[in-house]
Design a protein around this ligand. Structure first.
Ligand code: TMP
Ligand code: MG
Length: 298
């Protein structure tokens, strides 16, 4: 099957940027030829599987979903918001290197988690916090999740957000299928169901590479799958496939949600495909359809 990307209307839109169209085409063809049994998908969660904004209002991250009076005191809500206002601009700063950002990210995550622990969050309230939040998965999410599940392609959700919360978001949207494996920051509750710590190694936006090597490299369901479709919204997400043994083709898609003009150049230089202010899963879906179903036509 010869593929002409220009003929796919979703990829001809001006919000779709590619450094090297021919390379993308080549990778898709190679992945198509190798077949589904050689494919895995690795995706970030916040602002990648979830929308960035809806009707001009920002959609909450998994951390922000917990910013609910049900769970946190007024004082704590305020402090978490202040942390966000201080550190989010650093996270997306186009003029800082990853090395420069690192200590700030560690500080953000540590302070944020410390505050959440102080609030003695109850496990049984997470369901309601998600229900009451305005979190939204990207348009077309259902086709994305269902298609991967039906085709038995494993999906690694790799998030510096909160594992318990993102699982609940997927559950409430009926897409938390058995082909999904999550690597994230999980809450550790005591016997009475009160948050007492976070489990394991802290994951933040810019240490996913290290975490991949230590935590995802050994995952059985991902083994023997050297072709990767990787989705992220941060340059830090590009290291999520660092745990893949002997990778063959890694096709990376980056959602450029914010600070578009400032970051466009570095995103285009770093991801194979950049989606500018695109709140949908249309492009990942069309690429998956090409990799997955064209194979069946042969
Ligand atoms: P991700 O890896 O699934 O994208 O999740 C990480 C995002 O979480 C990152 O973009 C910043 C965000 N975040 C908050 O919104 N509030 C917080 O307190 C922290 C620590 C992170
Ligand atoms: Mg993200």
């Amino acid at each position: 099957t010869v593929l002409f990307l220009v003929q796919i209307p979703e990829l001809a839109k001006c919000s779709v940027l590619m450094r090297e169209r021919a390379k993308v085409e080549e990778k898709i063809q190679a992945m198509q030829c190798a077949g589904l049994s050689r494919l895995q998908v690795i995706s970030d969660f916040d602002m990648t599987l979830t929308r960035f904004a809806h009707n001009g209002i920002r959609v909450p991250t998994t951390h922000i979903i917990l910013n609910n009076k049900l769970l946190l005191s007024e004082d704590c809500l305020k402090k978490i918001r202040e942390l966000h206002n201080t550190f989010y601009p650093v996270e997306i700063d186009a003029n800082m290197t990853t090395e420069e950002k690192l200590p700030h990210m560690v500080e953000w995550w540590n302070n944020s988690h410390k505050l959440l622990i102080q609030q003695k969050i109850r496990k049984d309230l997470l369901f309601q916090a998600v229900t009451e939040s305005n979190v939204m998965l990207r348009d077309g999410y259902k086709a994305f999740f269902d298609h991967l599940y039906e085709q038995r392609v494993p999906l690694l959700v790799f998030s510096a957000g909160i594992g318990d919360v993102l699982e609940e978001v997927m559950r409430q949207n009926h897409v938390f299928h058995p082909n999904i494996h999550v690597v994230s920051n999980y809450m550790d509750f005591d016997d009475t169901g009160v948050l007492q710590a976070f489990e394991g190694q802290l994951i933040h936006t810019f240490n996913k590479g290290e975490v991949a090597v230590s935590q995802t490299a050994g995952l059985k369901q991902m083994q023997g799958r050297p072709n990767v479709l990787l989705l992220g919204d941060s340059l830090g997400d590009l290291t999520m496939a660092d745990g893949v043994a002997e990778p063959q083709n890694i096709l990376t898609i980056g959602f450029l949600n914010d600070q578009v003009e400032e970051r466009k150049k570095s995103y285009v230089n770093s991801f194979d495909i950049v989606l500018v202010e695109d709140e949908t899963m249309d492009v990942p879906n069309v690429i998956l359809r090409n990799i997955l179903t064209l194979r069946d036509d042969k």
